[in-house]
Ligand binder design. Sequence first.
Ligand SMILES: Cc1cc2nc3c(=O)[nH]c(=O)nc-3n(C[C@H](O)[C@H](O)[C@H](O)COP(=O)(O)OP(=O)(O)OC[C@H]3O[C@@H](n4cnc5c(N)ncnc54)[C@H](O)[C@@H]3O)c2cc1C
Length: 805
Amino acid sequence: MNLPAQARVVIVGGGIAGCSTAYHLAKLGWTDVLLLEQGKLTSGTTWHAAGLVGQMRPNRNMTRMSKYGIELYATLEQETGLATGWKQCGSVNVARTPERMQVLRKQLALARSFGVECHEISPKEAGEKMPVMRTDDLQGALWLPGDGKANPADLCMSLAKGARNAGVKMMEGVQVTGVMTEQGRVTGVRTAQGDVRCEVVVNCGGQWARQFGALAGVNVPLFSAEHFYIVTGRIEGMHPDVPVMRDPDGFIYYKEEVGGLVMGGFEPQAKPWKVDPIPADFQFQLLDEDWDQFEVLMTNAMHRTPCLETAEIKMLLNGPESFTPDGNFILGEAPQLRNYFVCAGFNSAGIANSGGAGRLIAEWIVGGEPSTDLWDVDIRRFGGFTGNRRALAERTGETLGLHYAMRWPRQELETVRPLRTSPLYDLLAAKGAEFGSKNGWERASYFRPDGAARPPHTLGTPGWLPWMVEEQRATRETVAIYDQTSFSKLLLQGRDALAVLQRLCANEMDVPPGRMVYTPLLNARGGIESDLTVIREAADRFLIVTGSAQTVRDLDWISRHIEPHEHAVLTDVSPMYSVLSVMGPRSRELLSRVSPDDLSPEGLRFSWTKEIDLGHARVRAARMSYVGGPGFELYVPVEMCRHVYLALQEAGRGLGLRDAGYYALDALRIEQGRRAWGAELGPDETPWEAGLAFSVKLDKPAAFLGREALLKSRGQPLRKKLVSVVFDTPAFAWGGEPLVIGADTVGDLTSVGWSPLANACVGLAYVRGALAQQPHEGTPAQVELWGEQVPVRLFDQWPPKPGKA
Ligand SMILES: Cc1cc2nc3c(=O)[nH]c(=O)nc-3n(C[C@H](O)[C@H](O)[C@H](O)COP(=O)(O)OP(=O)(O)OC[C@H]3O[C@@H](n4cnc5c(N)ncnc54)[C@H](O)[C@@H]3O)c2cc1C
């Protein structure tokens, strides 16, 4: 076949991701698709995968994705006539420690909530399913009958056949060497055999995706690590129906193959494959054996399956696979280049995930936007800084190991830190700050008292709770300072800036200069793409403040909606401003000690801002509070942040001033029912469901994106509704737990924090079905916490407004 001169879509890479993308584009009717593979189909990483396919993912949408993948794999052979090796043998996940068992019980509750069949079984029952396993030291296990295994290369070829049957063209031995662009859009690809003009490029380049992305200025932050499994000869007791088995405390997994075992795993300290660039001819190749690196897995495996001591080891396979900085794969349209899509970085779960991921990326390409909330895997979660190769190599050494390692609530990644720091970083560190990291920014989580050590991780009540409660107390009773420098800040300027915002924002944006407006940004479905706080600094200048993680996403969303004829320029000014939030009943008193300006309720009304003197600096003060109660946000030029902070500290003597961190901030905003994007708000939630009707102005003069959808759904029964959840006991929850009434799962907790007002945990949760239709003034329910049911009450409004019970 000669290289076609043009195709509507060119897919780069013929592994399972590329073939699944081609298959699903064809299913959606896009058949003018050309897949180019530099070697042979499957010859990159896909051919040597172990082939475990599980359904459970950390959230509902990702689990839906993998469930769909399994359904596809189960029927593909029938459709294409090509075998896939799919076998629904189920899987057993075992726990060695009581804490791991608690984590498994949470997974069990989530599985039920996500519609995945899952059962708790005893060590004895686990041993009956996997006869070669030692069980005397186990706490228990989970049994997922719907999981299975496949032959990765066969599966990939079967997807390829399905795509070809529908008209997709595939060419092997064609390396794509460049991407042609015009005015920020893809127009074609270059190859040694000639150019191909196209509308859309999909980078399915596996471990090559980063270097291939870089050719077009697209950031695909992934890095390869050496990844291992052994293959044994026949072992008595092993047969094709033996389930896949995972022993995460030993970092190992097993599957049956040809009457023997495939055993591999995720060693805690992985070995990045530091080859740059990865050669194009690394096809059907493997890396050298490294028994030293594999030792930790082998030792644990010999403990779990003593038969390995005498089994014939046929090979130790070492194949590179790409990992990402947060362990999730990378999907979506690149913010740097229109019509350039990425589907790569599968963190050793590309066989399990590609069936669903291929469909999601195909829907995104055809529909022009994601069909559902894909934030966990969205390419826009990564800033440009994440492409640093040294950082990627170091992080990959860590993230591979996290696959099976015990993950504690609020446990932070440790590598590549500190990277992005506020000017106050050293000062706060010296005062005992324990930092967490968001989008590369170091942010104080809480402050340790003098001489206190960092408390150990726990699933129960954390050791830092009493310290955080003191920070909360200062916020409610005196005054506290929060360093929120990590906020994303975007400046929109120009004659048409207002028109752009009016078209994108659900709230009324034509407000007088100085005013601050909270507004959702909606998609056409009425879902919440982001929520912004916008300060109108001048008639034609708006400072947009948004979540720390959303810089690239919001920059991309807003700029792609600026029409070519419009005079509006959007700039990321995040590094130019620090934000210090001065919160609490004595905040005004504190500020008046360092500022001569009138900050009285009349001098600066709620939701208004103005420039003030503060010490020797000039800052913009906003009367706004995310934690609830009186307070001011200060927008401070970065170079004056230290001065302003020290001036406030000096002036705060005798006022009960305290430094406070994000744990306190988050818990207080939850207590006050303030929503956070990424938790309560996302593309799948409408303002009606999220209780944000107050921020939607359907009758403002300008029509805005999402308005039609909101008009249609207004007054209709809600699919789900956000409520406050108040715990009846001192149990400590972390968020993400299912909400149940009796045996029925009725919702999910989106966020949880400790409330000083309730002297218990409070949370926010979406309830579904009938519960979404009825009012709640204390409806009894339970939270599934590590396998225990904890009593809670649900409220539409909590704390109750004055006048209510
Ligand atoms: C040891 C090991 C065990 C694993 N076990 C499992 C498992 O049990 N379950 C599971 O789900 N996953 C597993 N995986 C992970 C899985 O193999 C990968 O996630 C998956 O194969 C990735 O598929 P892909 O299509 O993204 O990449 P690849 O299969 O590598 O395909 C990318 C293709 O792009 C081509 N390409 C790159 N650049 C260009 C270019 N410029 N022009 C043309 N072509 C190009 C490459 O040649 C390559 O063929 C395992 C991986 C390893 C290494």
